[in-house]
Design a protein around this ligand. Structure first.
Ligand code: PEP
Ligand code: MG
Length: 577
């Protein structure tokens, strides 16, 4: 009999393929030598991981059913006691201090010492306690790994033509997925705005996230069906189900063929307004997709991906050469380079975002990270400026929170310009500089930012996350995700109006811009520049070609006071009819 599971569909497309279960091994532990302040930071990192491991165990002990055998709670109690013992709570700290080493290495040294003692005991029962010691040490190591989200790449060759199922995937993993030709993926965690989901959409990989216990119910090698739109996963499908989904695949392909006919149509609304349709890119190769749909240029280049899957960070020359290649491929169309937005769910092995943050999404990320570490920021600024001598490149700062932060970034940019001038480098003195408006504080004060910038770009992914206080990668709060929330729409309208008043363009580059359900609504709110994953562009164009922008204004404004889900859906259906 078929087994039906439901998660959250985040990347459209139906796929029918065998399962590959991804189980992560403990990463190799290597010794790193630290200096000065880094040792103190490492101790803090260890302590945070230790606290996280303890919290996990306490949570487990709280949910043990009352009728469970006593052994179960005794087992958890033992692990908690081991965790609290000085062998795990304080000795690793001493080792970090004495050896100036990383926390993982200190734990490894300590684990080897403790397990050796257990192994040397004659009593066979005590000797088996060694396994418990290992479990507890591994729990702290896991907590350290999730702090830095560093993952081994595993045997990626076996992913080809399979549906990969994992607890969670990093954006870096997702990029690998495309390179290795996966048929689709399912994660047990994650939400629709996680970068993993965004990448799946832009890489055209059908994907379902937040499917709890997927690895328990699905077996490696069995053929399953994944519907990346509805979030449905079907195991052991009967022949009729396979036929039904094959039909859906054919229909989707037919729709894509229909949309392809609009490739050369000008992006002009039925009422005559010229609309700019830009593309978001993550990797250089995305330019091919962008050219296929004839986007007006790149509205967001997420340069973080240049930093992933490597041990070092790209230097100025690498940045410069990359931007030059992308510009050449764009053939005169504008390229908006966002300065690196690492942190939160986008981690790179070579860039430290500091000790474990309790809320990484609210921590050292984006412009904050760059301002805290000029060695990360300056080479990229130099490269963008140098490339600006050769073509229409724009610079954009992510995650701005207050104007002084922007002014600090501008000051660094000015000193980089001085330094380039003194060395005889040419660059565009009027390099357009924009800021992403994705923190509610920045949206509310967008008019103040607009005074210092050449353009604004609304990042709805983060704006929704921060406005609604929902972690974009936490599947437990997915249900609160709501781009139609009046607070979100009010902020969007406010930013658009701030741009209009300051007479500077406002683009939207969050996922909302690529969802054709919202195209008319956004046009009604005054948006004229959209940037989105290339594969959404023709669908959005198909809507705007049929839209009377003036007539959409009043219905769009009616969303601002609408709080009920059903009414919102009714208004949306009416606006889009
Ligand atoms: C956004 O937040 O809307 C955005 C475009 O940036 P990112 O998704 O990379 O955070
Ligand atoms: Mg963002």
């Amino acid at each position: 009999m078929s087994l039906m599971l439901n998660g959250m569909g985040v990347s459209r497309g139906v796929t029918i393929a065998p399962v590959y279960i991804l189980r992560r091994n403990q990463p190799d532990i290597v010794e790193k030598n630290l200096t000065g302040k880094k040792v103190t930071a490492e101790i803090r990192r260890f302590k945070s991981a230790h606290a996280a491991a303890k919290k996990q165990l306490q949570k487990v002990s709280e949910v043990i059913p009352e009728d469970a055998p006593d052994d179960v709670s005794a087992f958890i109690e033992t692990h908690l006691l081991m965790l609290e013992d000085s062998m795990l709570a304080s000795s690793p700290v001493e080792i970090i201090k004495q050896n100036n080493c990383n926390a993982e290495w200190a734990l490894k040294l300590q684990r080897d010492k403790v397990t050796a003692v257990f192994e040397s005991m004659d009593d066979p029962y005590i000797a088996t306690r060694r396994d418990d010691v290992n479990h507890v040490f591994n729990r702290v190591l896991d907590a350290l790994a999730s702090v830095s989200r560093k993952r081994p790449t595993e045997d990626a060759q076996s992913w080809r033509d399979h549906i990969v199922i994992a607890d969670d995937l990093t954006p870096a993993d997702t990029v690998l997925m495309q390179t290795h030709g996966v048929a689709g993926f399912i994660t047990e965690m994650g939400g629709p705005l996680s970068h993993t989901a965004i990448l799946a959409r832009s890489l055209n990989i059908p994907a379902v996230v937040g499917l709890r216990d997927a690895r328990r119910y699905l077996k490696s090698g069995e053929t399953i069906i994944v519907d990346g739109e509805s979030g449905l996963v079907l195991a052991e499908p009967v022949e009729q189900a396979i036929e039904h989904f094959r039909k859906r695949q054919r229909e989707m392909r037919r729709k894509v063929r229909e949309l392809t006919k609009l490739t050369d149509a000008k992006a002009v609304a039925a009422s005559g307004e010229k609309i700019t349709l830009l593309a978001n890119i993550e990797i250089e190769d995305d330019i091919k997709l962008l050219r296929k749909v004839r986007a007006d240029g790149v509205g967001l280049y997420r340069t973080e991906f240049l930093y992933m899957h490597r041990d070092d960070i790209p230097d100025e020359e690498e940045h410069y050469k990359t931007y030059m290649r992308v510009m050449r491929a764009l053939n005169g169309a504008p390229l908006t380079v966002r300065t690196v937005d690492l942190g939160a769910d986008k981690e790179a092995e070579s860039v430290s975002t500091g000790p474990l943050a309790h809320n990484p999404a609210m921590g050292l990320r984006g412009i904050r990270l760059c301002l805290s570490d000029p060695s990360l920021f300056v080479p990229q600024l130099r490269a963008i400026l140098r490339a600006s001598a050769k073509g229409p490149i724009k610079l954009m700062y992510p995650m701005l929170t207050n104007v002084p932060e922007l002014l600090q970034a501008m000051q660094i940019l000015e000193s980089v310009k001085d330094s380039l001038r003194s060395k005889g480098f040419k660059f565009n003195e009027k390099l357009p500089v924009g800021g992403m408006i994705e923190v509610p504080a920045a949206a509310i004060s967008a008019h103040l930012f607009a005074k210092h910038l050449d353009f604004l770009s609304i990042g709805t992914n983060d704006l929704i996350q921060y406005t609604l206080a929902i972690d974009r990668i936490d599947d437990q709060v997915n249900y609160l995700y709501d781009p139609l929330h009046p607070a979100v729409l009010t902020l969007i309208k406010q930013v658009i109006e701030a741009g209009q008043k300051a007479e500077i363009p406002v683009t939207m580059c969050g996922e909302m811009a690529g969802n054709s359900d919202y195209t008319r609504l956004l046009l009604g709110l005054g948006l004229r520049d959209f940037s989105m994953p290339p594969n959404s562009l023709l669908e959005v164009k198909s809507i705007l070609l049929k839209t009377d922008v003036g007539a959409a204004r009043r219905p769009a404004l009616s969303f601002l006071g609408c709080t009920e889900k059903e009414r919102q859906q009714h208004l949306l259906a009416k606006l889009n009819s």
